[in-house]
Design a protein around this ligand. Sequence first.
Ligand code: PBG
Length: 321
Amino acid sequence: MLFRPRRLRKTAALRSLVRETILRPDDLVAPLFAIPGKNKKKEIISMPGQYQMSVEEIAKEVKSLWGLGVKSIILFGIPDKKDSIGSRSWAEDGIIQNTIKAVKDIIPEMIVITDICLCEYTDHGHCGVIKDGYVNNDATVELLVRQAISHAAAGADIVAPSDMMDGRVRAIRNALDMESYADIAILAYSAKYASAFYGPFRDAAGSAPIFGDRKSYQMDPANSREAIKEVLLDINEGADMVIVKPALSYLDIIKTVKEITNLPVGAYNVSGEYSMIKAAARLGWLDEQNTMMESLISIKRAGADIILTYFAKDAAKILGE
Ligand code: PBG
């Protein structure tokens, strides 16, 4: 007798009968970039198909995502002005605060996640305040708390700290609870690596650091046990969900994290992972749809319950066909 695993691959119906992993539009979170102004929609050169949008354009986009079954978005803001402490990040009339309100006006059920970090708001592009040439942890945490509270006040459902400062999850949880935002959840970017795959995002958000790099706060790509340490700390501090970021070069980390927690695990399929596929497809070197779907299913197969991806809309279209 010969073993014949091919028996179960013979037809599309058989393959779907034994398929282990199913991707759903509900798994996807669409990142959106908000800019000040009116009726603005500018394509991001290094991320074809992604746009910086003013409020009304974001509202349109949100409607179309909702229609395709994508029920969550994560918002990034490009402020009207930047300063050394990122003070526009907690302004009541700030870019994110206004955008949250507009989204909630259009589709109240849309899950609005906001990125908590200072890098888009500081004139030096670092994720925190600088003291003696170094990002100061505790002074930064105080400002992140302000930012998180102001997003909650504007109507965000989930705040997602992506700064990698120590102790920020606990500080944000305590402050949310004190200000009677006990229902606002924290999606912690717990294992966030200092990755070159963020390159296109930094163009999109105008957030590249003007000196140095982020290696003194984001994790070393060589480490996996440290990811466990970070994840357990964030869970202990009150995170409701955790994220591994980037996704594709870190599938082993997603798998490990899934094994050590019963919290939902998110994975961020980052800008560089998106742009590589887009670029190769443009050159005719890769089939865009198939590479996109294969990447997403591999992230889910590794253990991600939630996938933050610039492909959310395109993938949801295919899933709905
Ligand atoms: C920080 C933040 C970054 C990303 C998400 N949140 C950039 C960074 O750490 O430099 C990257 C996302 C991507 O590359 O798609 N606010």
